[in-house]
Design a protein around this ligand. Structure first.
Ligand SMILES: NC(=O)c1ccc[n+]([C@@H]2O[C@H](COP(=O)([O-])OP(=O)(O)OC[C@H]3O[C@@H](n4cnc5c(N)ncnc54)[C@H](O)[C@@H]3O)[C@@H](O)[C@H]2O)c1
Length: 265
């Protein structure tokens, strides 16, 4: 019989975590989850006031940085490298919101395609680069927030976003393979529709009712659903899990459940 202590494996005491995009929504909930399990969390956000508010609420450290800016990322991970002499390092990168960019829009906006890739994918490369360097011999884990849009085609209005998230999922699998020997695990949590404060503020109750009807489990996700999956991947419970994309979507990406009836035969 094994002597594994599973409750101990949920403890992140003595570990430093960096949450990029910590200032609200999923990022803030991830900070809450990691802190409750004992981690020291560095809360990074492009809006300093948001980072400070979340850090103050959860006993973390606030840093202002734009994750798409290589100089900012070098500075953040330079600071972090000095803080984690005691144990492995964890990184959660949450940044990557949708910019609407329709394929057949009247005024073609090439900038939004490029900016969308910067916001979703380019900074993941920077995170892998600077993060792996900061982890060094101690190893650690990285979790990126992808999206089920990265593997299910839904709306042409978010095609650049979906393409960039698909690229993120692939990048993570390749990086996981490359970094496994350095004892660095890399995974993705891919949410379906989630009730983040930004989306709740911008969509009326009718939208949530309509969308809930399309979701096999009958409701959108909460930020805590996403943070729970991040926590699992960040903890020693997932010590042998790398290169995975875990969908947290109430079954939305399983296909068009109930959309057609089998013909009698
Ligand atoms: N809400 C959903 O339905 C849903 C579904 C699938 C995936 N996601 C993904 O979840 C993630 C988080 O979404 P959210 O709505 O919780 O958060 P959000 O997009 O509102 O932003 C999170 C934080 O990131 C900060 N931020 C934005 N750009 C930054 C930058 N360049 N550098 C540093 N910080 C920056 C913001 O100030 C904010 O505090 C995104 O990657 C999104 O694609 C969300």
């Amino acid at each position: 019989m094994s002597s594994t202590d599973y409750t101990q494996m949920l403890s992140l005491r003595g570990r430093v975590f960096v949450v990029l995009g910590a200032g609200q929504g999923i990022g803030e909930e991830v900070v809450r989850a990691l802190s409750q399990c004992g981690a020291s969390v560095v809360c990074v956000d492009s809006v300093l006031a948001r980072a400070e508010q979340v850090a103050a609420a959860h006993g973390g450290v606030a840093m202002a940085a734009d994750v798409t800016n290589p100089d900012d990322m070098r500075r953040v991970f330079g600071e972090v490298a000095k803080m984690h002499s005691d144990g492995p390092l964890g990184i959660v990168n949450v940044v990557g919101m949708v910019i609407r960019n329709e394929l057949q829009a009247e005024d073609e906006d090439k900038g939004s395609w490029k900016r969308q890739f910067e916001l979703v994918l380019d900074h993941a490369w920077l995170t892998l680069h600077f993060g792996a360097k900061a982890m060094g011999d101690k190893g650690g884990c990285m979790v990126f927030i992808g999206s089920i849009a990265g593997h299910v085609v839904r709306s042409g209005a978010a095609l650049a976003y979906a393409s960039a998230k698909a690229g993120l999922h692939h990048l993570v699998k390749g990086a996981a393979h490359e970094l496994a020997r350095s004892n660095i695990r890399v995974n993705v949590v891919a949410p379906g529709l989630t009730r983040t404060p930004r989306l709740v503020a911008n969509n009326a109750a009718q939208y949530w009712e309509q969308e809930s009807a399309r979701i096999p489990m009958g409701r959108p996700g909460e930020t805590s659903d996403v943070a729970s999956a991040v926590l699992y991947l960040a903890s020693p419970l997932a010590a042998y899990v790398t290169g995975n994309v875990i969908a947290v979507d109430g079954g939305s990406s399983l296909g068009a459940v109930g959309a057609f009836k089998l013909a009698a035969s």
